[in-house]
Design a protein around this ligand. Structure first.
Ligand SMILES: [Zn+2]
Length: 470
């Protein structure tokens, strides 16, 4: 057999551990993991000795802003950025225009990705229309996204149409999603409480970014934690797969740990900002609106690392959420009306590789939270998220020793800035391959729009193939 491509001599992170191996790729799949003379001949052979190969990142939380907000980002610019960041599968979010609440809109979005995406993709719809939930599942969605948050004073990014604040409504969504077997991703928030606290600050004439950031952590984080307690209790009685987004506070981690100990179907996401930004008051002071409108509260850093290491937190979601500078600047004086969100998908892997270098995180655990566990939780494993024979050749080659400074001018997102501008990290993405094709090579995006394919949960694909065969 002649392979299309061999990557030779790297340390490869496989499901069985790290091995020095050559990876042979044919027709987009990994066909051999071997060493020395066992490695087949290939059309192209690339020596990546001294480097590390990871399965490509699987990001189920990517705001690509298309359709509707393409001045901030679009599928093409966002997936170019993802490719540079080592991500090979991304899944968009429903806060686009029109909001993704019906199967027709979902399929329209999928067509846009098919035209423009460099990497494999899906798009997470909102389940606010109960009758659409089974249809969206049948069309191939990976999961559903609920916002328990609606913005105050602005209509974006947390639009009123998508906010779910009524507990009965949330309960009915949980029931309907349970029947699909798909995860329900939830942005936890106690809207009534945060509205009251925000109104008090506004009435006192205080709209500073410091105050808005502190609100989220005030009263020991109850705005966030109380929603998670309720969600976990609801999960317990309904049985759906609850995927908690944006985990950040000590109590939220405690509640999730307890649910997991009870064998509840609960998983949890950390975002890069929760561990490299919202835990650092000095950075929030310095960056103003270019941080976020969130502070975790004091002393959360070690607590969150422990939760990542012990499995209380399952995955990284990039929560790439770009906005233009013009939309951020108002936050210096009125943070309540500044656009909420920051770009992240290009910086996430280097930031975490830097922590592997520092000895805070093992390489194997990084691969779990970056790639294999999201693939498992969202039904894509082992096609995605694994370097093993038969899996898609979704690969990211990294240089664990390469020092780099993250800089605004190197960011490929349309917004053109990073909260981590000026930060030196050890670890860099060299190449990214999607199904055996380079989409990022030696610092250049080389992927073509339309290379990406719709990544559906595998049980859907198998059912479709069986229907076709019979
Ligand atoms: Zn988000």
């Amino acid at each position: 057999m002649k392979a299309d491509l061999v990557l030779s001599g790297a340390d490869v992170v496989t499901p069985g551990g790290v091995v020095r191996a050559d990876i042979a790729v044919k027709n987009g799949k990994i066909v051999c993991l071997t060493a020395g003379e066992m490695t087949p001949a290939a059309d192209e052979r690339i020596d990546v000795g001294g480097k590390i190969v990871l399965p490509g990142g699987v990001d189920t939380h990517t705001h690509l802003r298309e359709p509707g907000f393409t001045h901030k980002e679009d599928i093409l610019s966002g997936t170019r950025t993802a490719a540079a960041g080592g991500y090979t599968t991304v899944s968009g979010m429903p806060n686009v225009e029109p909001v993704t609440t019906t199967v027709e809109r979902y399929l329209d979005a999928i067509e846009m990705y098919k035209r423009s995406s460099l990497v494999d993709f899906n798009h997470n719809p909102s389940p606010t229309r109960l009758e659409e939930i089974p249809k969206l599942a049948a069309a191939g969605a990976l999961g559903f996204k609920v916002y328990m948050i609606t913005d105050k004073g602005v209509s974006y990014p947390h639009m009123p149409e998508l906010g779910v604040h009524h507990q009965g409504k949330l309960f009915e969504i949980g029931e309907a999603v349970q029947k699909t077997g798909l995860p329900l991703m939830v942005h936890p928030n106690n809207q009534e409480l945060i509205d009251t606290l925000s109104d008090r600050a506004i009435a006192a004439g205080d709209t500073s970014y410091q105050t808005v950031a502190r609100l989220s952590a005030s009263y020991d984080g109850i705005v966030f934690d109380s929603a998670i307690s309720y969600l976990c209790r609801m999960q317990e009685v309904l049985g759906f797969h609850l995927h908690v987004l944006h985990v950040r506070s000590p109590r939220s981690v405690e509640v999730i740990r307890t649910a997991k100990r009870n064998k509840q179907k609960v998983s949890a996401e950390i975002n890069p900002h929760m561990i490299f930004l919202c835990n650092d008051w000095d950075e929030i002071e310095r960056l103003g609106p270019y941080a976020l409108n969130l502070w975790n509260g004091p002393d959360t850093t070690e607590m969150l690392w422990e939760a990542i290491r012990d499995g209380s937190i399952d995955v990284i979601g990039s929560d790439h959420a770009p906005h233009l500078r013009e939309e951020k600047e108002i936050g210096w004086t009125n943070m309540f009306v500044a656009a909420n969100g920051t770009p992240k998908i290009q910086e996430t892997l280097p930031l975490f590789l830097d922590q592997v270098h520092a000895g805070r995180l093992s390489l194997e655990r990084l691969v779990e939270i970056f790639s294999s566990t999201p693939a498992k939780l969202f039904g894509l494993y082992p096609r995605k998220g694994a370097i093993q024979v038969g899996s898609d050749a979704d690969l990211v080659v990294v240089d664990p020793q390469k020092k780099q400074v993250l800089r605004n001018e190197d960011m490929l997102s349309k917004c053109g800035w990073s909260s981590w501008d000026g930060r030196e990290v050890t670890g860099a993405t060299l190449h990214t391959l999607v199904r055996g094709t380079f989409v990022y090579r030696d610092g250049e995006v080389v992927g073509k729009p339309g290379h990406g394919e719709h990544a559906k949960p595998l049980h859907r694909e198998i059912a479709a193939q069986m229907a076709e065969a019979s």
